[in-house]
Structure formats: C-alpha cells, structure tokens
Design a protein around this ligand. Structure first.
Ligand code: COA
Length: 193
C-alpha cells in the first residue's frame, strides 16, 4: 500500500483530487512516489539519473517550500483521497521569472494515474492563478519533442509552439530536441470566457 500523508492545506481539483503545497511536510510520501517513478521520469524530466535518496528529497522540498514563501514558485503535488490521508500521485510547479511578468510550468504524474485528465486540471488551476492573481503576461513550457503525452497536454491547453531547441535535452538514450511552447494571458482569458 502506498504511504498516505496528512495535509495542512488542500486546493480542490474537482471531487476526486486536490493540490497540496510541496513542502518538507510530505517528505516520506513524496519520496516514495519519486522512487516508484524514477525510471520513467529521467526519460523525460531533467533530473539526476541516480536513484533518489530520502535526505535529497527532503532538501529539495525545503527549497520548494522556501521558494513558495519567497513568492518565486508555486510548487504543488497532486493527491487523491484514501481512507486515511492523501495518496500523492504527481507534481507540478509554476516558476516565476522576468521579475514576475512571466512563468514556466512543469508537471509529471504517476504511471497508474496517466490518462485521467488530472494533469490538465492541475495545470489549468496554475494557469488560472498565474494569469489571474499573479498577473503574469505569458507562461511557457518546454518538453522533449518525442514526449507525445506532454505535447498533447500543451495543445489541449491552448499553448502555441514557439521554438525548437535542437538536441537540447540530454536523456539516458541520447540527446533529443526540445520543443518550447508559450501561452499569453489574453489567449487563456479568451479560452476561459
Ligand atoms: C506528460 C504527462 C504529465 C501527461 O499526463 P496525462 O495523464 O497524459 O495528462 P492529462 O492529465 O492531460 O490526461 C490526458 C488524458 O486523460 C484523458 N482525460 C480524461 N478526462 C479528462 C479531462 N477532464 N480533461 C482532460 N483530459 C481528460 C484525455 O482524453 C487524455 O487521454 P489520452 O492520453 O488517452 O488521450 C505524463 O505522461 C507524465 O508524467 N509523463 C512522464 C513525465 C513527463 O513527461 N513530464 C513532462 C515533462 S515536460
């Protein structure tokens, strides 16, 4: 059985899932999720190919928690309800740059929870917040050109392909092209209207 965790605060993503701030309070459950998905994540996300170590996971969560407090990042985990607490199933973050005028989004989900629309709903919530209260002008995302699911998600949410970085993505099976997508505040507001 996956470890479950309590949460100080949850943001509802419909009836069947929530977002939880990504802080050291969830270290054990988040580490378990990372370990379970490590092999597929190193294929698509830029991360250390060595297996995750609990203390490193805690340190990274301390950094995301600090970034949250400093207002430079909105880092969340996706969780589903269990009998006792929450089961963590994925992660996403909106990182602010350009003195708070633009942002960059990243995401991943546990293999067993792919294909249910949970990431689309998560990223939509972050886009609503980024283009709403945070007042961002544009939000970008970068993904491996061969990452069919990630590119489908970008298209589903109305992102426009703006560029292609040749052989920019180092992966365990060689360097891949990276596709850059962008979305403007006006485009998102039009979709939401
Ligand atoms: C990329 C990744 C996050 C996409 O996850 P996903 O589950 O496919 O994304 P979504 O949440 O948008 O789900 C979309 C699927 O759910 C379906 N779906 C069901 N209900 C839905 C809803 N309410 N809204 C949108 N889609 C819904 C869609 O039809 C689609 O199904 P399909 O893939 O069979 O066509 C995931 O594949 C992943 O974590 N990969 C490994 C790491 C990675 O690539 N990270 C990205 C690096 S840039």
């Amino acid at each position: 059985m996956p470890t479950t965790t309590p949460a100080m605060f949850t943001f509802p993503l419909g009836d069947d899932a929530v977002l939880i701030p990504r802080t050291p309070a969830i270290t054990e459950a988040f580490h378990e999720l990372l370990v379970a998905n490590h092999d597929r994540l190193i294929r698509w996300n830029r991360m250390d190919p060595a297996p995750p170590v609990l203390e490193d996971t805690r340190s990274k969560l301390e950094l995301t928690g600090k970034a949250w407090l400093e207002g430079t990042q909105l880092p969340v985990v996706i969780a589903v309800p269990q009998q006792r607490g929450w089961r963590l199933v994925g992660a996403s973050a909106l990182r602010l740059n350009d003195h708070g005028h633009s942002g960059e989004i990243g995401y991943w989900i546990d293999a067993d929870f792919e294909g249910q629309g949970l990431v689309t709903r998560t990223v939509s919530a972050l886009l609503d917040h980024g283009f709403g209260p945070l007042g961002l002008h544009r939000i970008t995302l970068g993904t491996d050109a061969a990452n069919r699911r990630s590119r489908a998600l970008a298209h589903r949410l109305g992102f426009t392909q703006e560029g292609l970085l040749r052989e920019a993505n180092p992966t365990p099976d060689g360097r891949h092209d990276e596709v850059l997508y962008g979305l403007l505040s006006s485009e998102w507001n039009q979709r939401r209207a």
